[in-house]
Structures are given as C-alpha cells and as structure tokens.
Ligand binder design. Structure first.
Ligand code: HEM
Length: 444
C-alpha cells in the first residue's frame, strides 16, 4: 500500500539513543529483554521488555515494585507536582480514587458537544485556509487544546488559556531536549535548562490556574459541569479527602499536559494514514455521513462509528503517542530469565511492541479491520494507554474525542498527501511527526 514506506520507516530517537534504537528494532524480534544496555558513565542498567507476560508482571502483578521511573518524575514534577501522573503508593491511590469518577462514561459523553464544537472551529479554519496544504498537526494541537481547556476551565475569563498553552508547549519542548540527560542517569547537580525555564513560565502558569480555581470555588458551577467542577465536588470515597487548590491545579494541569498533545498526535497520524489510503478514507466518510448527516456529533454518536473507532485504534498501534513507558525497579526480579536489580530502568517500547512480527500479522500495514467488532487483540501486545492500575485515566475521553473530531473532519473534507512533505516519526517525550503533517483538504 501507498503508505508502506512511511509505516516501515524506523523510529528516530534523540542523539545517542539512535544506537539503542538499532538494538531495539533489530534484536527485539527475538522477544527478549535487552540486557545490559549500559550507560558507561553511571552504570545505570536499562532493560527493554517486550514479552507480554513480563509486561503484565511489571504493569499489573508487581505494580508496586515497578514505580514510574525517576527520569519521568524529574521531567514532569516541575510542571505538574506530585499529581496523579507521577505520585506513588497511598498518595497516588487516593488521587486516583478521587479522580476516577470524573471520567465516568456519563461525564465523558456529556463533554461530546465541546469536542464537536472544537472540531467545527477547526473545519472553519481549514476552509478559510482555502485549497492550500494545511499542517494538520498544528490544527489538531489547536483543536485538542481548545477541548481540554474548555473541559478543565470551561472558558473562564480569569483563565488565560493562551498563556497556559504557550507555557506548556515551551516546557515540553525544553523537557524533551533534556530528557536524554535524565534518561542516561546524569547526576542531579548538572543544571538542566528545562528546570530553569520552569522557574519562570511554569510559576506563571500555576498562578493562572490557581486564580481560576479560587474564582470557581467562589462562583460555584455554571452550566454543564466541567472537569474542575467535578474535581471540586469529588473526594476519595475511602478517606473522604478532597483536593486542595494546589492538588486540584496539579491534576488539572496534568490533564492538560497528558491529554491534548497525545490526542492531537493520534488525530494527525490518523488523517495522514487516511490520506494514503483513499478506500479506508471513503469508507470512514460514508459511515460518518450516514450517522451524522449534516448534524453536529454528540457524545452518544461515538459508539455508532465503529469503523472510525477502528481507524483510531489502528493509528494508536502504528503511531502510539506514548512510544515508550518506563519504570525503575525497586527490588531484585527476574524478567524473561534475566536478572533485574534495584534502580535498573525497565522500559516498555510500545512502538516496537505494536509492530512486532511475532505478535502482529503484517505489522507495518495500516489495516483498521484488525480492530473490527469482536476482533481478538492480544491485550499485552497492544498498550497505547498502558495497563494495570496506572492505565491512562483519560483513555475513554481521548478515544471519544478522536472519533468525534475525525468523523466531523471527514464529513467536510477529502484529505490527500502533499508530495515531498512526509513527516518523520521522532520520539521526543511523545512520538511526533517531525515537520508536521501537511495535507490538502478538499471540501466534499
Ligand atoms: C497515563 C497514553 C490521553 C491523563 C497514561 C499512560 C499512557 C497514556 C500510555 C500510562 C503511562 C505509564 O504507565 O507510564 C495516553 C494517550 C492519550 C492519552 C495515547 C491520547 C490518545 C489522556 C487524556 C487525559 C490523560 C485525554 C486526561 C484528560 C492521563 C493521566 C495518567 C495517564 C492522569 C496517569 C494515570 C495514573 O498514573 O494513575 N496515558 N493518554 N491521558 N494519562 Fe493518558
């Protein structure tokens, strides 16, 4: 198929991680942990784990023995504190219990109109751009940021979403450059520009969010409850503990950071794959048109769009935004017959797992029908949202948003690729299309 050259393109990683990538893609077909992948300077050991049973052990059975890696925490803590994403033990558990009801099916469905409104604004911008090629990555980042800021602070006047967006983007860009130092186990005293940056822009971003939270406490909910209202009402059902302002802010910023770019990447890769497969694109358009006609999509429509959902699932397989997840081993263990020691970094290379030839037929081909109704997919061969107790709390939110936005766009435009403008998948915190996703959008 036309998209094969891109789909088989190797994953680019930063700097000296290129060597690790070579190992990853050539040795891992044997399904083994790669040991030791040693950073000579510090002696830190890395293990790349792709065997489904071992992954289950790390993410589910022995979850307390494999806390999130120090690298992840160092990177994110300046922006999101000890929020749900990086907290451990009891501090993680109570936050998860307090936040879980916020993402109930009913609440997520109620946010459907916000998602569709953002998609409609995207179609207006694309139309206004005329017949020229459009960077759909850029468009989708705007769209998903609109959604997440509307569902967190529902357009509060005091919440300057533009300032928060700029601060988060700049932080992620800095953190991405610096992640290599952390991953290679550089001592903490080596200055990180990302952390210096965080001192200024992130402090300003936190103040903006704190002010918006305090204002909402005073005003109470207005209209359909958003994530802030739901979290303000929420409490841990076991301890009855509710979040204070700093905890609310850290978690809301976590949702913004974790939720917008990942979903935008999913959407732009999905559009890219559809642009290379006119048959799939046409089938998806017909499904969207038959369900939606000319009306606006709602949260309930997502379940009526199974083929579009399969495109999203298949996109998350080929281009998982969280291309790697990592943990630090707390204790001695044995994974796939190899010894793991306390302090070792254990990585699950989701990108490579999703293209493993022993786990998938024609792993590099774009075939949404793999995820057709009732299709069996090995649970530990497909982990775009992680697994176990720390599975992504926003998965159903992200899936609904991706389906509704994709359906809306496909009812309005026929997308085709722009020759000479192929993005290269690069792993910088998330799996991004370097150079953007340039597509021509022809009105249908
Ligand atoms: C956790 C992926 C969207 C909030 C995770 C994890 C993955 C992931 C792989 C687990 C990380 C690990 O185990 O180390 C994605 C992808 C998304 C997405 C691919 C979009 C396509 C969202 C959204 C939100 C969100 C929309 C919130 C609105 C979170 C939070 C966690 C998390 C809070 C941490 C959960 C915990 O540790 O208890 N995500 N995510 N994510 N995600 Fe997402």
């Amino acid at each position: 198929p036309a998209h094969a050259p891109l789909a088989t393109q190797p994953l680019g990683l930063l700097g000296s991680l290129r060597a690790a990538r070579e190992n990853l893609l050539t040795i891992l077909p044997e399904i083994a942990t790669r040991q030791p992948m040693v950073s000579g300077r510090t002696g830190i050991r890395w293990h790349m784990v792709m065997e489904p049973g071992a992954i289950r052990r790390i993410l589910l059975e022995r979850v307390d023995d494999y806390p999130k890696s120090q690298a992840t925490k160092n990177l994110l803590r300046p922006a999101i504190g000890e929020s749900l994403f990086i907290a451990e033990g009891a501090h993680w558990r109570w936050q998860r219990r307090a936040a879980a009801p916020v993402f109930s099916r009913r609440n997520v469905q109620a946010m459907g109109p916000i998602m569709t409104a953002a998609a409609t604004r995207a179609t207006e911008r694309i139309e206004a751009a005329g017949p020229r090629a459009v960077d759909m990555l850029d468009e989708m980042v705007r769209t998903t940021f609109d959604v997440i800021s509307d569902v967190t602070f529902s357009g509060d006047d005091v919440f300057d979403s533009g300032a928060v967006h700029r601060a988060i983007d700049a932080y992620i860009a800095e953190a991405g450059k610096l992640s290599l130092l952390d991953m290679l186990g550089m001592p903490d005293w080596i200055p990180r520009p990302g952390r210096m940056f965080s001192g200024r822009a992130v402090a300003a971003m936190k103040t903006v969010a704190d002010d918006a939270i305090e204002a909402r406490r005073a005003s109470g909910p207005r209209g359909t409850p958003d994530l802030l209202d739901l979290l303000l009402e929420g409490e841990d059902p076991e301890t009855r503990r509710a979040m204070n302002t700093a905890e609310l802010r850290d978690n809301l910023l976590t949702f913004i950071v974790a939720g917008h770019e990942t979903t935008a990447l999913t959407l732009s890769w999905a559009l890219y794959l559809c642009a290379f497969d006119p048959e799939v694109q046409e089938k998806a358009r017909q499904e969207a048109q038959s369900v939606l006609g000319t009306r606006t999509a709602t949260g309930e429509d997502a379940a009526k769009l199974p083929f579009i959902r399969a495109i999203v699932d298949e996109t998350l397989r080929l281009y998982p935004p969280a291309g790697i997840i990592s943990r630090t081993a707390r204790d001695h263990d044995t994974l796939c017959g190899r010894r793991v020691g306390p302090g070792d970094t254990v990585m699950i290379p989701i990108y490579a797992l999703h293209r493993h030839h022993q786990l998938w037929d024609a792993p590099d081909a774009f075939r949404p029908e793999r995820f057709a109704d009732g299709a069996k997919v090995d649970r530990y061969a497909y982990l775009p949202f992680g697994d176990g107790p720390r599975v992504c709390i926003g998965a159903s939110f992200a899936l609904q948003e991706a389906v509704l936005v994709l359906a809306t766009l496909l009812t309005r435009f026929r997308f085709s690729a722009v020759p000479g403008k192929s993005p290269r998948p690069v792993m910088i915190l998330t799996l991004r299309p370097e150079g953007g996703v340039w597509l021509t959008a022809e009105p249908v």
